[in-house]
Design a protein around this ligand. Sequence first.
Ligand code: UFG
Length: 333
Amino acid sequence: MLTLITGGAGYIASVVALSLLENGYNIVIFDNLENGHREIIDALKKIEAKGKVVDFMEGDLREQSDISAAFSKHKIDIVLHFAAHIQVEESTQNPQKYYINNVCGSMNLLGAMLANSVDKIVFSSTAAIYGEPESVPIDENHRLAPINPYGWSKFIVEKILNDYEAAYGLKSVSLRYFNVAGADRHTRIGEWHEPETHLIPNILAAINNQERIFQIYGDNFNTRDGTCLRDYVNVEDLADAHVFAMQYLLDGGTSDCFNIGTDEGYTVKEVLDACEKITQKKIEKIIVKRRAGDSAMLVADSQKARKILNWKPKRSLEDSISSAYKWYLKAVK
Ligand code: UFG
């Protein structure tokens, strides 16, 4: 059994890779190291686990020959597809970058899968495909209406996956992640983006650097305190969801999509308070204008994943902040 992980040198994919190794899966990692890090691959290779990193292939999904080479070299059974650009605001400024990488890159991957008769894929989708929801929590039947090119790029790939199932029998699970947070509990792997744009790492950076003032992007949203409301799901819980989704497909499950969230929302101000409490440090903050592409509220209804995949989140927002802080002090500072 061999699993191909695209984008495996990035934050979420590498924590999932670690979990697969611990669960006895052998993996091949494909990453162009544009946003991923070689140090993460080295860390994964060093970890003693039941499964092995069989190979790391440096390659770019935008090059058909790069991804085809991975399938020629290895007999892949299933693909976990993470590789993508992920910044909502950047996607509004440079949609071309997002559509070429996220959509064309995915099509090259799917082309290589079809050519090599690999018919199972778990796709990293996003809550951003719901856009500005009519109400929260959001279940999978909510209308899909992205409000930024990042969300559209993931929406389009979900549509392509549906069409490929109908035409070619490709089986897929799309996991619609809400806001992913935290690090590996043993602090071996954690969040590392350059530049960092995400809420919790930015708060932790400001807490540890008195010269940085934390910016809250808007306090005039229609939420309980005016700041954006999000559902923060722990990255190790998300890794469990991938293991269950893979097993579901390997057991003959039909193509489907699942929300992966905790079903609880926290505002930016509430996350700030929680970070101050956990780190026991105060943070300087200012309100600035809204960031382009931000929805006011995204909170999951994840009952479908709980019922069909047998998944449930086990860790709280506080757990995620604590593990993220340990990781920050060890690796990022
Ligand atoms: N925020 C701030 N200041 C910061 C950083 C973030 O106020 O310095 C706010 C944002 O405006 C937003 C919230 O904190 O309201 C969360 O922002 P993140 O950048 O951490 O996450 P996003 O909600 O923008 O996006 C994340 C992923 C996407 C995914 C989405 C789904 O990056 O890939 O969650 O909910 F689509």
